[in-house]
Design a protein around this ligand. Structure first.
Ligand code: GDP
Ligand code: MG
Length: 296
C-alpha cells in the first residue's frame, strides 16, 4: 500500500493573523492577496503544495470576525465556517502573545466543526526575547486539545519545515485529489481582480473603508500574447469615486500600474489593464451584488 497522504487543510483564525501569507509561503507563489488591513481575504481559495510524499490543499478563508452588520461580513463568516466543515485538518492561526475575542470566536467555530486542530502561533519574529512566548504557549495548551502547537514566522519563514511535517503526519492516507501540476482552484480572472483589489487597498489604506470590489468585465488574449483586461472597480458611495481616481486620474493610474507590473511578474505575459470606477450604493449589503461578485 502506498503511504502517500493528501487532504484539505483549512487556514482559519481572526482577520490579519497571517493566514494568506502562510498559504503563499507554503505554496511558493503569491496566490492570495495580503495587506496590513483586516478583512482583506473575502473568498475561499485553494493553494496546492505538491510533494513527493503528499498533496496538501491549503484552503485560505476570510478571517472569522465579530460585527455582522453587513451582508458582506455575514457572507465572509459563512464562507470561513463552511471551509472548516470540509477540512481534513484545521490550522488555527494566531498572533504570538495575543488572544482576543475574535480568536475566541474562531476557536469556538472550529470546535463546532469537530476537526483535528493544529495551533499555529505566527509572527514570532516580533517576540523578544523568545522566552516571552513560553507562558503564552502554556496558556494556549489549556484552551483546547490541539494536536500540536507550532510557533512560526510566515514572513521570515521560520519553523515552517516543522509545521509542514506535523501537517503531513496529520493528513489521511490517500491518493492525490488534484492533478500534480495544479497550483490553485482559482481562475486567471479571479487572480487579476484580486491583484487590482490588493493595490487599491494598499493605496487607500487610510481613506477607504471596506466598500470596494473589483469585477473583471473582459479579458482578451491578443495574437501578440498580450492580455487586454477591462475591470470595474465598485465603490459604495458617490463620494468615494474621486478618492479612488485621484487628481487627474493619477491615483487610478498608479493602481493600474502596480497591478500590471505584479501580474506580468507573477503570471507572465504582458497585461494591459483598463480600470473603470463605478458607484453602486451599498453593494456590500446587497445580496444580488454579492452574488454577481462571487462573494456569496
Ligand atoms: P490574514 O488576514 O490572516 O490573511 O493575514 P495576512 O496574510 O493578510 O497578513 C496580515 C498582515 O500581517 C500583513 O501585513 C502581513 O505582512 C503581516 N504578517 C504575516 N505574517 C507575518 C509574520 O510572520 N510576521 C510579521 N511581523 N508580520 C506578518
Ligand atoms: Mg487573508
Amino acid at each position: 500500500m502506498s503511504d502517500f497522504r493528501s487532504g484539505f487543510v483549512a487556514l482559519a483564525g481572526r482577520p490579519n493573523v497571517g493566514k494568506s501569507t502562510l498559504l503563499n509561503v507554503f505554496v511558493g507563489q503569491k496566490l492570495s492577496i495580503v495587506t496590513p488591513r483586516p478583512q482583506t481575504t473575502r473568498n475561499r481559495l485553494i493553494g496546492l503544495l505538491q510533494l513527493p510524499e503528499a498533496q496538501i490543499a491549503f484552503v485560505d478563508t476570510p478571517g472569522l470576525h465579530l460585527g455582522q452588520r453587513r451582508a458582506l461580513n455575514r457572507a465572509m463568516n459563512r464562507t470561513a465556517a463552511a471551509a472548516l466543515g470540509d477540512a481534513d485538518l484545521v490550522l488555527l492561526v494566531l498572533e504570538a502573545l495575543k488572544w482576543t475575542d475574535e480568536d475566541d470566536l474562531a476557536l469556538s467555530r472550529i470546535r463546532d466543526a469537530g476537526r483535528t486542530v493544529i495551533a499555529v502561533v505566527n509572527k514570532v519574529d516580533r517576540v523578544h526575547p523568545r522566552e516571552r512566548l513560553l507562558p503564552y504557549l502554556a496558556q494556549l495548551a489549556k484552551r483546547h486539545e490541539f494536536r500540536e502547537i507550532v510557533p512560526v514566522s510566515a514572513l521570515k519563514r521560520r519553523n515552517l519545515d516543522d509545521l509542514r511535517r506535523v501537517i503531513i503526519a496529520a493528513l489521511p492516507l490517500g491518493q492525490a485529489m488534484f492533478p500534480l501540476d495544479q497550483l490553485t482552484d482559482r481562475s486567471l480572472s479571479f487572480r487579476i481582480a484580486e491583484t487590482i483589489r490588493e493595490k487599491l487597498t494598499l493605496e487607500l489604506v487610510e481613506e477607504l473603508p471596506y466598500g470596494i470590489a473589483v469585477e473583471i468585465e473582459q479579458i482578451e488574449a491578443q495574437e501578440d500574447g498580450r492580455q487586454v483586461v477591462s475591470a470595474l472597480i465598485w465603490v459604495d458611495r458617490e463620494g468615494h469615486k474621486p478618492i479612488v481616481i485621484g487628481a487627474d486620474g493619477s491615483r487610478l493610474k498608479r493602481i493600474g500600474r502596480a497591478a500590471r507590473l505584479e501580474l506580468n511578474h507573477l503570471i507572465g505575459g504582458r497585461f494591459h489593464l483598463t480600470l473603470w470606477v463605478k458607484v453602486r450604493e451599498d453593494w456590500a449589503d446587497d445580496a444580488r451584488a454579492l452574488q454577481q461578485l462571487g462573494l456569496e
